[in-house]
Each structure stands twice: as structure tokens, then as C-alpha cells.
Design a protein around this ligand. Sequence first.
Ligand code: NAD
Length: 307
Amino acid sequence: MTIAAVIGLGTMGPGIAATLARGGMKIRVYDTSAEALEKAPGMVAMAFGVLDRLGMPDKGSADDISYHTDLAEAVDGVGLVVETVPEKLEIKAAVFAELDKIVSADCVLASNTSGIPITKLQEGNSNPGRVIGMHWSNPPMIIPMIEVIAGGQTDQGTVDWMCDTIKGLSLLPVVVKKDVAGFVENRILYAIMRESVDLVEQGVIDAEGLDTCVQWGIGYKLAIIGPMALLDMAGLDIYQAVGSYLNAELCNRPDVSPYITDRTKAGNLGQKTGSGIFSYTPDDIQRLRGERAAAFVAVRKALEGKS
Ligand SMILES: NC(=O)c1ccc[n+]([C@@H]2O[C@H](COP(=O)([O-])OP(=O)(O)OC[C@H]3O[C@@H](n4cnc5c(N)ncnc54)[C@H](O)[C@@H]3O)[C@@H](O)[C@H]2O)c1
């Protein structure tokens, strides 16, 4: 049985810890913040509730997770560390440097970074071949796809081990073969976001209309058939014809548009401040959270043929 440590218990850590424990691992969790450690058991319990509703194989419980205030104690004898501390190179580099000194030689060091090159996190590591990206999607207990990213010096054996481990959790590993910025999922997402914001900013459509178009047009379709298979379904001749004039029309601005920067400067950050592109009362946020979690579970079960 793998013993794993999850380092960082913010938005992602508790859900990752619960998913690994449910999949049969013994988990140690660690955070430098006493508040995060205090909140984590409640978040873990919530994640287990979701994993239950998803009908995930039941190989472990919240009792398989222990909470630690000492990093060396948390990683003693573990075979895998999942680092999920804030997305700042200096914080991650310091954590990796510390881990390098205290974990066993064959322990796999995985980062949940959304975009810091894995190659950077390998710098200075005594065994860079065991350092790898394990990029979970939020919420980690619901989204089954995990990107596995090989840095410049990651051993193929580490990639293979990580893929087998993820499959063993009944989840879906996807190998990203080159350590490109944003990996794959966020590159695609940010291409969609850039075009969406541009269309709304130009007045082609309003924000509600844009969301309806994407959710019930391409979003619904893409949940069943991925873009590469969609090209085949539509016909490559059609893409050739449309792409030859449309690609040149698509937004390609390299900066973030004023539609977003005006709002971020004004402190209108979305749900967390009550207003962003749309407005939210605290009741709205509570309701949306519940509705979205229920919908995620129902859709995933339907796609897996479980309902
Ligand atoms: N939030 C998302 O939607 C999302 C999705 C995928 C990947 N990620 C990635 O996951 C990582 C974590 O993101 P998050 O949103 O959970 O961050 P967060 O800020 O919510 O949580 C980070 C946690 O790490 C703790 N921490 C800080 N320094 C630490 C240290 N030295 N040792 C141990 N713990 C420390 C903090 O106290 C905090 O509890 C980032 O790399 C992020 O890019 C986030």
C-alpha cells in the first residue's frame, strides 16, 4: 500500500487527500497554517461525501488521513508526496529543497502546479528523475482527469508509475510530453476564455448569451466527443475551409483585456467579492455551490454510464 503525503491544505489539498485515501492510500497531510489544518477535516469530510455520491470504489476512509504540523514527520517513509502549496515559484522551490533532504531516495515528488515548469522544480534536486507534475483539476474529488507532466529530467519510470497509480485510483491520467507553459488543459481553457471575453467586450453577445452558447453548444458536445474526434466527425475539409478564413479573425491579443483588468483593479473579482462579470449575494453563492456539485455528480455518473 502506498503511503503518501499531501503538502498544502488550501482549496485543493483536502480534496486531493480525500481522493487518494478513498483510493486506498494512507495519507499524511501537512500545512504551515494552523487555520488550514483546523479547517481541513471538514473539507475532507465534504469531499468524502462527494466521492460517495460518485460511487467511487470504497478502499479507504477519512480515518486513513493523519494531520501533521511537522514536515519531516509527515513525509517519513512515504512513497509519494503531492505538493499543493501556493502557485509561487519561491514557495514551491523552498518546499522541494526541503523535501529533497528528508524523503527517501525512491519517493516520487509530484507538484500540483498549474503552470510553473516542472523542469524549474527539478533544479537542485539530488534525484530530478523522480520529480513530476500531477496537475489535478478543481474540484479534485470530482474531475477524474489528471495531467501527468514530465519535466526535462523526469524518468520515464516515474511517468509510468504515476500513470499506473492514477489508474489504480480509478481516475484518468493524461501524459503531457513537453513541459510547456500552462500544460494542456489550461492552454485550451485560456484560449476559450480569451475568445469569450473578446466577443463579450466587442458587443457581439452579452455575458449570459455567451455562457448559454458555450455550455449548451460546444460544452455539451465536448463532454461526449473531444476536439480531435470532433474534427473527424465534422470533416477535415470543413475545418480546412472554415479555418482558412476564421483563424485569422480570432482574438490573439497577448495581454489580458481591459474587460478583465478594469474589474480586477476595482476589486470586482467574482464570487469571492460578490461581483465580477455577474453579481452574487451570499445566498446565491451557497445555492450555486450546491447546484453545481449535484450537477457535476449527475453528469459524471451519466457519462460513465452509472445512472
Ligand atoms: N485552486 C485551483 O483551482 C487549482 C486547480 C489546479 C491546480 N491548482 C494548483 O494547486 C496549488 C495550490 O492551489 P490552491 O488553490 O489550493 O492554493 P491555496 O492558496 O488555497 O492553498 C495553499 C495552501 O498551502 C499552504 N502553504 C503555504 N506555504 C506552505 C508551505 N511552505 N508548506 C506547506 N503548506 C504551505 C497555505 O497555508 C495554504 O493552506 C497551486 O500550485 C495551484 O496553482 C489550483
